[in-house]
Design a protein around this ligand. Structure first.
Ligand code: ACO
Length: 476
């Protein structure tokens, strides 16, 4: 591979809407019992798009921000892949909207389109880019992966598991977050756990309980295959002791707690040294359960969560910051969890291993492994952490009343698939540099503008010479 090594993620940025609702107040608003969303689901807060934001505007915001913050020349992007399950157009990919950023500097030679399968599309996009850089087709330029979704549910128990965000990741060799490409296992099957058959609605059809079981079954299957492959290649058993962090797709935090407990239970059934004697004793009553019985056993769930808790706090908890605060971001969810580890632990990640689990209903799932090194600026872990700037971004959000959240969702139900309307164009809550939707014309063409970023605003103040915003419209 002509000296190409450590292919992986060189740089990362995240954008999430400034509008959000506290789970505690949503609980009260919905008449749910106190603690159901915060403790039962394990969520603190949920981001949502107001009428001026959508998956296209968020993806344009995050890509522009990444290129600027890491000083990457847009001409150096050779592949652009988008993962999303939020359907705005059944033919025109989100990638083509993003092309406006690259066309402006004369770069139209960029492969890749959108990948979609529920929350897995981002992983498909990422694996495509990594494979491209590792392949004979690579032309020496960067890959760019964008995961962008707005997760909204109809009124009911699934609604508090929504969220919204876009993540961009720059892919290339000599990366601080490198793929251990050989350590990878997938589980894919046909199942109706969560799907979007109604093309007139943004909301999915969800069999919540089935989706939880499918997620855990897929996790078990991936982990078994992953361990087998590792053992074949490394010549020793793999257990949770062999990774420093486990990062899971995070629809809501409780499922992440259950997932790590499930890996712990797997290690117990495989007689791994990662399980201490005390834990072995507590899990002994469950040693003869069939697979099916083990998914139904509430006692096993409780016992395994309890014995896994000390390791959960070390190996999983650092990944939960953004998912607990933003909610399910569908394709971006797993990578927001990875971003949380990078943000929280960047100073101590050199030579550490992170095992990732990606799940998309329907179903598709992959477990893969990343090996970290400190890297070199601008592609260093410390620079990635400072670009992510998670605490400040979270703290500068605007807490909305549940009534306003519900009202926004009602408006968006009406707007979904509609044409010939203008948005309120209210950008007061948006950070500088954010793209926003201004109108959809009679041919369903969408028009976006960009809130002046600090540099543009400063230049404008200096020369007072014209428009405050950059126009980004279809056919621009
Ligand atoms: N205090 C503390 N905990 C409580 C309280 C309370 N007052 N009330 C309920 N709980 C707990 C329950 O015991 C349960 O916890 P457990 O799972 O540890 O037993 C939890 O809160 C959830 O309550 P349930 O009644 O079991 O579930 P609910 O009917 O509210 O639905 C679900 C939850 C299925 C997750 C729903 O929100 C949903 O369908 N979400 C979308 C589907 C989804 O995200 N699936 C995950 C994989 S697929 C994907 O990523 C989209």
């Amino acid at each position: 591979m002509d000296g190409r090594k450590d292919v992986g993620i060189l740089a990362m940025d995240i954008y999430f809407p400034p509008t959000c609702v506290l789970q505690e107040s949503l609980e009260a608003h919905d008449g749910a019992s106190k603690g159901k969303y915060t403790i039962g689901l394990g969520q603190d807060c949920m981001a949502f798009c107001s009428e001026v934001e959508d998956v296209i505007s968020m993806s344009m915001t995050v890509v522009t921000s990444l290129l600027k913050k890491y000083k990457v020349d847009p001409k150096l992007i050779g592949r652009l892949e988008v993962g999303s399950e939020t359907v705005i157009d059944k033919s025109k990919s989100i990638k083509t909207w993003l092309m406006q950023i690259f066309e402006e500097c004369g770069n139209t030679d960029i492969e890749g389109v959108d990948s979609s399968n529920a929350c897995y599309g981002g992983t498909a996009a990422l694996l495509n880019c990594v494979n491209w850089v590792e392949s004979n087709s690579w032309d020496g330029r960067y890959g760019l992966v964008v995961c962008t979704d707005s997760a909204v549910y109809a009124e009911g128990p699934a609604r508090p598991t929504g969220g919204a965000a876009a993540i961009a990741m720059l892919i290339g060799p000599n990366a601080p977050i490198a793929f251990e490409s050989k350590y990878k296992a997938s589980h894919m099957a046909h199942v109706y756990d969560f799907y979007k058959p109604d093309l007139a609605s943004e909301y999915p059809v969800v069999d919540g309980k089935l989706s939880q079981t499918c997620y855990l079954m897929a996790l078990d299957s991936c982990y078994r295959q992953f361990c087998k492959k590792y053992e074949k290649l490394a010549g020793k058993q793999f257990s949770i002791s062999d990774a420093d962090y486990f990062v899971f797709h995070s629809p809501y935090n409780k499922l992440v707690q259950k997932s790590f407990a499930r890996l712990y239970y797997n290690d117990f059934t495989r007689d791994c040294s990662s399980v201490d004697n005390d834990a072995k004793e507590k899990l002994q009553p469950f040693s003869n359960l069939t697979g099916e019985e083990s998914y139904q056993s509430r006692d096993l769930e409780k016992a395994s969560q309890q014995v896994a808790k000390p390791l959960y706090d070390i190996k999983v908890q650092p990944s939960t910051l953004l998912p607990k605060q933003i909610g399910n971001m569908y394709t971006a969810s797993l990578y927001a969890a990875l971003a949380s580890v990078l943000y929280n632990k960047h100073a101590s990640l050199d030579d550490q291993r992170i095992v990732m689990f990606s799940y998309g209903s329907g179903l598709t799932s992959t477990m893969f492994s990343l090996k970290l090194n400190n890297g070199q600026d601008p592609f260093s872990l410390s620079n990635i952490a400072s670009v992510l700037n998670a605490t400040e971004k979270l703290e500068s959000r605007h807490m909305t009343l549940p009534e306003k959240f519900v009202e926004t969702l009602k408006l968006m139900e009406h707007r979904y698939g509609a044409k010939d309307f203008e948005t309120c164009k209210d950008t007061s809550l948006l950070p500088p540099g954010t793209f926003y939707l201004t109108r959809v014309d009679s041919m369903y063409r969408r028009f976006y503008e960009r809130k002046a970023d600090e540099e543009i605003a400063a230049a404008k103040a200096k020369y007072s010479n014209g428009h405050a915003t950059n126009g980004y419209a279809n056919g621009h």
